[in-house]
Design a protein around this ligand. Structure first.
Ligand SMILES: [Zn+2]
Length: 296
């Protein structure tokens, strides 16, 4: 039984989820959210009768703050953190991660993400592509899924897959969109990861932004693939013209907003999408993607 805890990120419901699984090894978390919402997560755990100290196993899909920013707080209580090998160094020493985030978020850093402390090496458990972790009452398999980030993986439990950001952001009955923050968006890798997801033939996807996708998963993944290509190709001419990001951002925001509204989004939904996946981040990420391609 999977419990979805809503972190009420920036006051928005359905923006960031954490997944709680009750196993013979005790309660297990997939994702932690940022440390800024840790009190909300603590309250969510308390509703199920747990404290952070009860959590001995935490599985993160990647090391972005909105997914793994509070992992260290569970490590302080003795938890093991399972992650992609490329995330290990940064979780052990988050200084570089924090510095680059400070450049982007500046004085918003605390409001958005909160603090991040190093996790001791011995509590970080890296997993190989296709590796299975066996705990009492839980068999969980990792698949490396680059594209959104090089340190991204998904967690598979039977026919359910916890997809982090690689299966996109979809809130309520809205459309699925690809979050494209810098620095390592790679469209080709992402498309390949979507194909890998399809090949697992899941019946349920659990999106960190936000919640369960059941029903027609092939269509969900196809829509994501189309939207990713659409966004990347939309930005390309601006990058070719060396249009500055500040100029592109409002035009892109408008473009995305129209897509969301056409997909049935209400003003409240738009605010949730903006909290989960701000359009300006995708502009920065996709500019960087094309710039890297041109250098090659
Ligand atoms: Zn991410």
């Amino acid at each position: 039984m999977i419990k979805i805890l809503d972190l009420q990120f920036l006051g928005a419901s359905e923006a960031i989820a954490v997944f709680l699984l009750e196993t013979d090894s005790g309660p297990v978390l997939i994702e932690t959210g940022p440390y800024s919402t840790f009190p909300v997560l603590e309250a969510g755990l308390a509703q199920h009768g747990y404290t952070p100290a009860d959590i001995k196993h935490v599985f993160i899909t990647h090391i972005h703050f909105d997914h793994a920013g509070a992992a260290w707080a569970f490590a302080e209580h003795g938890a093991t953190i399972y992650l992609h090998p490329f995330g290990e160094r940064h979780m052990n020493n988050p200084e570089k991660l924090l510095n680059s985030a400070r450049r982007i978020y500046q004085d918003q850093m605390d409001t958005l993400w909160g603090e991040m402390k190093p996790i001791p090496q011995e509590q970080l458990r890296v997993v190989a592509h296709g590796e299975t972790i066996y705990l009492d009452g839980l068999t969980i398999r990792a698949w490396h899924t680059p594209g959104h980030a090089v340190h991204h993986l998904v967690w598979q439990i039977g026919d359910k897959v916890f997809t982090g950001d690689v299966a996109g952001v979809k809130i309520g009955a809205g459309i699925v969109v690809p979050p494209c923050p810098p620095p390592d968006i790679n469209v080709e890798d992402w498309l390949q990861s979507i194909r890998l997801l399809s090949s697992l033939k899941p019946t349920e996807l659990y999106l960190t932004h936000f919640g369960a996708v059941t029903g027609d998963i092939p269509t969900h993944l196809l829509d994501l693939e189309r939207r990713l290509l659409d966004w990347a190709n939309w930005i390309k001419p601006y990058v070719d013209d060396q249009t500055p990001a500040e100029t592109i951002i409002p035009i892109f925001e408008h473009y995305v907003q129209n897509q969301l509204i056409e997909g049935g989004a209400t003003p409240v939904d738009l605010a949730k999408y903006a909290a989960a996946n701000p359009a300006h981040m995708s502009v920065a990420g996709l500019i960087r993607y094309w710039a890297k391609r041109q250098e090659q």
